[in-house]
Design a protein around this ligand. Structure first.
Ligand code: AMP
Length: 505
């Protein structure tokens, strides 16, 4: 038995003539064609002297060829290391130094700028691939045989290293094994009932766990198809939706769809499932989506280090503002941040998870690994949550975003939910800002819906109706839009920096 994830995909797809990819310009690519193209990339890697266990670092635009490069890397037994397109040469230098990849593939237009960084870090080969699938790695692959014997890997061998977004300190490389990825995919297939009859509208980036693993692995492990959309664009989603059965998105996908008057019940009628994750979906968006389309968005929770941990049920109530129940095979408990002891049901603490989905530790960083991964296998996620009486997990925010004002704990998610429910408010982020009296002052940054007029005092008065006084924001600041990263996460660090002097003087 070969535990290589690529061998699992291979074994799951007996009918090679089924479509695997639909491109946005009307091409249909069968599984047969995908596996043969990936084999060419695997042969290309071998021809470059890449051995099983070597790292292949990749910073490229999303394309079908980038998918072949990923699959070819798995086939060859090498370790795939995708990098966010937004990283600068200085950031790339850190990743190359830390991971010591044997090959680095980047966009041809960045090649010259990154040449020095590659030399400095002794990267053996530096090749290119552009958004149209052209570049030196593609040229090399096209000259290879389309047959390749997938390299034998055990379940514990590494398939990929994904660097965490690193909002505090340097990013860490999460080591993910073939079995981490396979076991989680199998759990998701069962939880979401994905089959070969599904067509996923794939509009996520493929350098992150959501688009790379959750999306691609589930569909490829059951012989389903993907419409490969290079970049999120709401009009493209609307154009392509009638051909799809599923969408996986970050919350911004859903709020942008709702902002489009063309998005209606008719357009969503062929859809089987809308899934959201990577950032909290507001209860308002959930409710508005349901009344517009009749679909209850299914929200799930995961992270780079653990893959997916929890999901709302496929059958049964998809409860807004919660991330559902632990997936099959995943153990989850809520612990006291100070003592690490498990807390009684209903109390708020840190989420810890254990299961075959949990990563193997941080690359060359045993200190950080031992801080976050307990010896008994539980991973301390850093997310705070409570479990309600029915077992639904409700995330209240990252532990580091917890606000302590006047000695009292305030969970930003609770205040944000109240603000989001005010009709004038489009979105909100609540942060703690240094305050001479209180230690931290609860501070809200909000974006208003277009065409409404309100002011700070009105928002504060409104929030005071449902929040205890110590939770009510001391200041409410208006912005056009909240700063978000490509995965739709609000950049609270940037907000804390921007407003750090708000209560001084
Ligand atoms: P990443 O490693 O980039 O996937 O980020 C993982 C983090 O995103 C988690 O630790 C959570 O803080 C957050 N996250 C993911 N899914 C959700 C969700 N459904 N609701 C709230 N936060 C989420």
């Amino acid at each position: 038995m070969n535990d290589n994830l690529a061998a699992r995909f291979d074994a799951a797809n007996h009918d090679r003539q089924r479509p695997c990819i639909f491109t946005t310009n009307g091409q249909t690519i069968t599984y047969d064609s995908v596996f043969r193209s990936a084999a060419k990339y695997a042969n290309a890697l071998v021809s470059l002297g890449i051995n099983p266990g070597d790292r292949v670092a990749v910073q490229v635009e999303k394309s079908v060829e980038a998918l072949y490069l990923y699959l070819g890397t798995l086939m060859s037994g090498a370790v795939y290391l995708p990098l966010n397109n937004g990283y600068t040469p200085a950031e790339i230098s850190y990743f190359l130094e830390d991971a010591e990849p044997r090959l680095f593939v980047c966009d041809p237009q960045d090649r010259a700028a990154l040449e020095g960084v590659c030399k400095k870090n002794n990267v053996h080969r530096h090749l290119s691939l552009d958004a149209n699938g052209l570049g030196s790695v593609a040229t090399l692959a096209n000259a290879q045989s389309d047959k390749f014997d997938i390299v034998q890997r055990s379940g514990d061998d590494l398939a990929a290293i994904l660097y965490t977004s690193g909002t505090t300190g340097r990013s860490k490389g999460a080591m993910l094994s073939h079995n981490n990825l396979y076991s989680n995919t199998a759990a998701l297939l069962e939880a979401w009932q994905i089959t070969a009859n599904d067509t996923l509208l794939h509009a996520l980036p493929i350098f992150h766990t959501h688009g790379l693993f959750v999306a691609i692995s589930t569909l490829m492990l059951c012989g389903g198809a993907m419409i490969f959309v290079p970049k999120f664009d709401v009009n493209e989603l609307i154009r392509l939706m009638p051909r799809a059965t599923m969408l996986m998105g970050v919350p911004t996908f859903y709020s942008r769809l709702l902002n489009s008057p063309e998005f209606d019940r008719q357009l969503a009628q062929h859809m089987r499932l809308f899934i959201s994750g990577s950032a909290p979906l507001s209860a308002e968006t959930h409710a508005e989506f349901q009344s517009r389309t009749g679909h209850a968005i299914l929200e799930r929770y995961g992270m780079t280090e653990t893959n997916m941990n929890t999901s709302n049920p496929y059958e049964g109530e998809r409860r807004a503002g919660t991330v559902g129940f632990p997936l099959p095979g995943v153990e989850l408990k809520i612990t006291d941040p100070e003592t690490g002891d498990e807390l009684p049901l209903g109390e708020t603490g840190i989420i810890e998870v254990r299961g075959p989905n949990v990563f193997k530790g941080y690359w060359r960083n045993p200190e950080k690994t031992s801080l976050e991964l307990r010896e008994d296998g539980f991973f301390i996620t850093g997310d705070m949550a409570r479990i309600d009486d029915d077992g639904y997990v409700a995330i209240v925010g990252r532990a580091r975003d917890l606000i302590i004002s006047g000695g009292l704990n305030i969970y930003p998610a609770e205040v944000e939910a109240v603000l989001d429910a005010i009709p004038a408010v489009a979105e909100s982020a609540v942060i703690g800002v240094p305050h001479a009296d209180f230690g931290e002052g609860v501070t809200a940054i909000i974006a208003l819906r277009p065409g409404v007029s309100t002011d700070e005092a009105m928002i504060i008065a409104e929030a005071s109706r449902s929040l205890a006084r110590f939770k009510v924001p001391k200041r409410v600041l208006m912005v056009d839009a909240l700063p978000r990263n490509t995965m739709g996460k609000v950049q609270k660090n940037a907000l804390r920096d921007a407003y750090s002097n708000l209560y001084k003087n």
